[in-house]
Design a protein around this ligand. Structure first.
Ligand code: CTP
Length: 476
């Protein structure tokens, strides 16, 4: 791999020029390091630059801010000796070089000033421990004491020190190793992976938020299954997300086996990831069969069944989101809805299916109907390619039928053509159950296709329905 010249990097990231000036002015030896350098080599660097200096990182940050503008703010984290500047969409992160070790039972580091090599050695992976000097005496020198560049070429995630030491400094790095492997499509060095397996229980001291951030990055990758297989093989998945690892395994009874729901789920997740970057749609793929272990039964006649797993799964979603500190707002409700409805489009493939079944699904899925169909398509997995193709072709027909009905009946964002208030006024009724019954009656008639989704037909239907209940429209 060719080493890019610092001058060329500076022309793409002019903020480096400012930090070089600030370093010269303050006389603090400074280096650009970490993820930024790694990403320059991988041609994926964005606006997130880390600097380490042998001395006071906060002083350097202040000097840099003053050069950008008199009003530029520096965010200071005294406890960690770090500082942050945000400018024109670029984040500059400053830290003083440290020797650091974390106390065994907490994330609080004991920090001592150190050399550049000390600092690089206590970073997580060799590919994240490369740097360039920004100082006049050795300007632009590429410093790579742990041969990160070689590992980058070999596509390898490896710790600079004994992995047990690196992971014990910060156990979140076990998740980061798997996240980087998945994002970059790298291998994890065997001794590093063995150490994750050995130290997996140490993840318990890490906050849920930090774990979930890494998990989301795995799910957002091109091939998330790779990350989940690594999580499972190391035992980390069993620690952080047992509901998913419980999907693993096949049981055989009377010579009948069910499919392994862990690998099936991962296939669905990969399939959907080819079609969408929507994180929450990917989450719904991950959770669509989450209640299969809890609903599994063996019936000598029917074989293995998972009756009601879609409803139970939907009921499990809030608990999982709460535990993982995922948002409990409409994003959770969206995942819950897709899990609940994920089986519904499948029977619609049948020739004899009625329009009312299609209408009901459109009504329930609303604007999420396309996403639901994307999930269903992803859910069609089989070793037999031909079977999958036939099924997907039939599914095209379902989509066509749904489109026709949607065009005709506009049910996606269904609003009852006659409101409850109008019904109350029309029949001089107080707010009570009868009003609800009349409203539901209209809705069902529309969904069953007995009447169209418009005011006039709904009005005539309402009068008849009310009559049957012994109601008459009031005079005024
Ligand atoms: N780092 C570390 N241990 C951690 C977190 C970070 O050693 N638990 C070091 C690494 O050298 C890393 C740098 O700090 O490259 C910056 O961290 P961060 O911004 O979290 O990660 P990046 O490597 O930049 O990658 P990404 O932006 O994808 O998270």
């Amino acid at each position: 791999m060719k080493i890019p010249k610092l001058e060329n990097i500076i022309s793409d990231f002019p903020h480096l020029e400012v930090v070089i000036k600030a370093a010269e002015k303050s006389g603090i030896p400074t280096y650009v390091v970490g993820g930024f350098v790694r990403d320059v080599f991988l041609k994926r660097a964005k606006g997130d630059i880390d600097f380490v200096c042998v001395g006071d990182g906060i002083a350097l940050a202040k000097e840099t801010a003053a050069l950008i503008s008199a009003k530029k703010k520096v965010q200071i984290f005294k406890k960690y000796g770090t500082a942050h500047i945000s400018d024109k969409g670029v984040d500059l992160e400053f830290v003083g070089a440290r020797k650091e070790s974390y106390s065994k039972d907490s994330r609080n580091p004991d920090v001592e000033p150190g050399t550049l090599d000390d600092d690089l050695s206590r970073r997580d992976f060799t590919i994240n421990a490369m740097s360039y000097s920004l100082n006049q005496d050795d300007f632009g020198t590429f410093l790579d004491p742990f041969e990160g560049l070689k590992d980058l070429g070999k596509k390898l995630i490896k710790t600079p020190l004994d992995p047990d030491t690196t992971f014990s400094d910060d156990p979140l790095r076990m998740m980061r190793a798997i996240r980087f492997a998945t994002q970059l499509e790298f291998d994890i060095a065997p001794e590093t992976f063995d150490s994750i397996t050995r130290n997996r229980e140490r993840i318990r001291i890490i906050s849920r938020e930090r774990i979930t951030t890494e998990l989301n990055k795995i799910i957002a990758s091109r091939l998330p299954s790779y990350g989940f297989k690594l999580l499972f093989a190391s035992g980390l998945l069993q620690e952080i997300f047992p509901e998913v690892s419980d999907l693993h395994g096949v049981e055989i009874r009377n010579k009948q086996a069910h499919k392994d729901n862990f690998y099936h789920t991962l296939k669905v997740l990969d399939n959907i990831s080819e079609k969408t970057d929507n994180l929450w749609l990917r989450w719904s793929a991950l959770l669509h069969d989450i209640a299969k272990p809890a609903t599994k039964r063996f019936d000598p006649k029917a074989g293995w069944t998972f009756h009601g797993h879609e409803d139970k799964g939907a009921r499990m979603v809030p608990g999982i989101f709460r535990k993982l500190k995922l948002p409990l707002d409409e994003r959770m409700k969206y995942v819950q809805k897709l899990v609940r409805l994920h089986l519904r489009p499948i029977p619609l493939v049948r020739e004899d299916i009625t329009d009312s079944a299609l209408r009901r699904l459109l009504f329930e899925a609303g604007n999420d109907i396309e996403d639901l169909l994307t999930l269903c398509r992803a859910d069609i997995t089989s070793k037999n390619e031909k079977k999958v193709k036939t099924y997907l072709r039939n599914f095209d027909k379902v989509e066509e039928k749904l489109r026709e009905i949607e065009e005709k009946d506009k049910l996606r964002n269904f609003q009852p053509p006659i409101s409850g208030n109008e019904i109350m006024e029309m029949f001089s009724l107080p707010p009570n159950k009868i009003v609800g019954d009349l409203k539901n009656g209209i809705r069902n008639a529309i969904l069953e296709g007995e009447i169209g989704n418009n005011y006039d037909e709904a009005f005539r239907f309402l009068i008849k329905l009310a009559e049957k209940k012994g109601l008459e429209p009031s005079k005024n």
